[in-house]
Design a protein around this ligand. Structure first.
Ligand SMILES: O=C(O)CCC(=O)C(=O)O
Length: 275
């Protein structure tokens, strides 16, 4: 059975990127300190109880993909100032700087994925196929962290990963069960992974456990993000966030060194609306 490496946030970054490059992902066991984990949980978990499982719009394929027994909740910045701080975490930001280029990306997803009892396995996929015309190159379009807000176990739906599959040729090659493993981890840990690695949410065979992960990926700044952060984050919240978090959520314009400026307001930087 393949395995994912477990490293610590005290591991030198070069060693972390080496494991990421070798397997297409790894687990950082102590990513969030216990205080940050507790604050995040206190801020966001109350939203879970009243949120319905499943999606009511979109094609049946996507309803299935997003999980009929899974709750997905976005707009976390309005619920949690701690989430704004985590967005600026040096290792988390370091991953995106390393793989996508400094100031060259924005937040793709910032959602709770709460996999409920009875959920079936998600279709295994590569995240970069969200942008099929841009995918399939040597460089990364998107990299992601899933922060475990509860323990992730094989029983409750820990992410299924195919280590090494980020290098497999073809759009979405078939995967044998023997080529996969579960990203089991304790609450506060994070799974970091490449947009090219084949993975999916696990099935939840428990009777009463919700597996709660904060799925938080970055994508190159010239590609549209999966989530509409500006519609779920109020401008008053945005004004209170650190500048990097404002940029990640699209409240500042994208101004790469070599390309045209994007996301402008009156052809000024959108950040002027915050000042
Ligand atoms: O929740 C997980 O473990 C993975 C979910 C995922 O890959 C997705 O929804 O695209």
């Amino acid at each position: 059975m393949p395995e994912l490496k477990h490293l610590s946030r005290r591991t030198p970054h070069e060693e972390i990127w080496q494991a990421f490059d070798n397997d297409g992902g790894l687990i950082i066991d102590d990513f969030l300190d216990s205080q940050t984990l507790q604050k995040l949980r206190d801020d966001v978990l109350p939203a879970v109880a009243n949120h319905p499982a499943g999606a009511s719009t979109g094609h049946e394929f996507w309803k299935d993909f997003h999980g009929n027994e899974t709750k997905r909740i976005t707009g976390l910045a309005d619920m949690s100032p701690t989430w704004g701080e985590v967005l600026c975490d040096s290792l988390y930001k370091g991953m995106a700087d390393h793989y996508l280029g400094e100031d060259n990306y924005h937040l793709n997803t910032g959602q709770l994925i709460c996999i409920g009892p009875g959920e079936t396995p998600q279709l295994l996929h590569r995240d970069e196929l969200n942008w099929p015309e841009a995918a399939g190159k040597d460089t990364e379009l998107t990299v992601t962290a899933i922060f475990a807000l509860t323990d992730f176990t094989e029983e409750n739906g820990a992410t299924v990963m195919a280590p090494g599959s980020h290098r497999w040729p073809g759009r979405l090659p078939a995967v044998e069960a023997a080529q996969t493993c579960h990203a089991t981890m304790t609450a506060g840990s994070a799974l970091l992974y490449s947009g090219k690695v084949i993975h999916g949410g696990g099935s939840n065979s428990s009777l009463d456990q919700w597996r709660v992960g904060l799925h938080a990926g970055f994508v190159l700044g010239w590609l549209r993000a999966e989530e509409n952060h500006q519609l779920t984050t109020s401008i008053d919240t945005a004004r209170c966030l650190p500048e990097h978090a404002q940029r990640m959520l699209g409240f500042r314009s994208f101004t790469p060194p070599k390309a045209a400026r994007l996301g402008l307001v009156n052809y000024e930087d959108a950040g002027l609306l915050l000042d």
